[in-house]
Design a protein around this ligand. Structure first.
Ligand code: ZN
Length: 283
C-alpha cells in the first residue's frame, strides 16, 4: 500500500468515526433538510454491552444535518407547541449554514481535489498550493466555528478553545465542525415535534402509528391526541386491526405483528397481550 493510499484509508476511517454519534439505548435520530421535514433514522448498529446505539450523520456535511434525541418521545412529556420547534430548527439551520458549507468545502478538498492533484501534479508547485489551500480552509473553518460558538455559547470558553484547535489542525474534525453546535442547539427539542414535521415520510408515519397504538394500549393517549390534533393529523386509521388470513388469528395491538392462535403475548413488545382479529380497535 502506497503512502497516499494509507493516508486516505486513515482519513476515511477518522471521518467515518466523526460521523458516528453514540447515544443511550432507545435514542431517536432525525435528518433534516433546511431545518424542516425531519426524517426518522434507524441506528446503524447497537452496542449491547454498553447500552448504546450509533447513528451515522449524512456523509456530506451540507445541506442536511442530523439531530439525536437521547430518549424516545413516549419517555418525555408531550410537547405543548409545534411552532417553537419549527422556529428553533430553522434558527439552528440558518446559524450553522455557513459553517456546514465550509465543512463541505474541506470535504471536497480532501476527498476530491487533493487526490486529483496528487495523481496529475505530485511534486509540483501546484500540489504545494493545493495543500496550503486545504490548511487555509481549515483555519477559516476554525475561525468561523469560534465566532459562532462564542455567539451562541459565550460561557463555554474551554470547549470553544479546544474545538477550535481541533478544527484548525484535524481536517476530518473540521468536516464536522458544526455537529457540536447542533447538538447543543437541539438539546431542548422534542422528538415528537420532529416526527410530525414531516408526517408524509413513511418512516415517520410508522413511528407515529407505533407511538399512538402504544399510548392507546396503555390508556395514556390524551396528551398525544391533543398534540396530533394541533398538528392536523388524524390517528384513527392507525388503530385499525391489520389484515389477517383468518379472523380468529391474533395480532399485537402495538406493533401489529400477526400470530398463530396459540400465542398470548407479543415477542417484540414486552408484556403486550395479543388481540383477536375480530376486535375492532386497540382501545
Ligand atoms: Zn408487538
Amino acid at each position: 500500500m502506497s503512502d497516499a493510499q494509507s493516508f486516505y484509508l486513515l482519513l476515511a476511517a477518522f471521518y467515518l468515526y466523526e460521523c458516528l454519534i453514540f447515544a443511550p439505548r432507545g435514542a431517536w435520530a432525525f435528518v433534516g433538510q433546511g431545518g424542516t421535514k425531519w426524517r426518522w433514522r434507524i441506528p446503524v448498529f447497537h452496542l449491547s454491552g454498553l447500552h448504546q446505539e450509533a447513528f451515522c450523520a449524512p456523509i456530506l456535511p451540507y445541506p442536511g444535518f442530523q439531530v439525536v434525541f437521547p430518549a424516545p418521545p413516549d419517555a418525555l412529556p408531550a410537547p405543548t407547541a409545534l411552532h417553537s420547534f419549527r422556529r428553533d430548527s430553522l434558527r439552528i439551520d440558518k446559524a450553522t449554514r455557513h459553517l456546514r458549507f465550509c465543512s463541505l468545502l474541506i470535504f471536497l478538498h480532501y476527498f476530491l481535489l487533493l487526490p486529483i492533484t496528487y495523481h496529475h501534479w505530485v511534486g509540483t508547485p501546484i500540489m504545494i498550493a493545493v495543500i496550503i489551500q486545504g490548511e487555509l480552509l481549515a483555519f477559516y473553518t476554525a475561525f468561523s466555528f469560534h465566532r459562532l460558538h462564542k455567539r451562541l455559547h459565550p460561557d463555554d470558553k474551554w470547549e470553544r478553545r479546544l474545538e477550535t484547535l481541533y478544527n484548525a489542525f484535524l481536517p476530518w474534525h473540521a468536516m464536522r465542525a458544526s455537529d457540536l453546535i447542533i447538538k447543543k442547539g437541539c438539546a431542548t427539542w422534542h422528538p415528537l415535534a420532529a416526527l410530525v414535521s414531516h408526517p408524509n415520510s413513511p418512516a415517520n408515519q410508522k413511528q407515529l402509528a407505533l407511538l399512538w397504538r402504544r399510548a392507546l394500549y396503555e390508556g395514556q393517549s390524551d396528551s398525544l391526541q391533543t398534540f396530533l390534533e394541533k398538528a392536523g393529523i388524524d390517528p384513527t386509521p392507525w388503530s385499525l386491526p391489520p389484515p389477517l388470513d383468518e379472523p380468529s388469528n391474533k395480532y399485537c395491538p402495538v406493533c401489529q405483528a400477526v400470530y398463530e392462535k396459540e400465542a398470548s403475548t407479543c415477542a417484540d413488545c414486552t408484556g403486550v397481550a395479543l388481540k383477536r382479529g375480530t376486535d375492532q380497535s386497540v382501545s
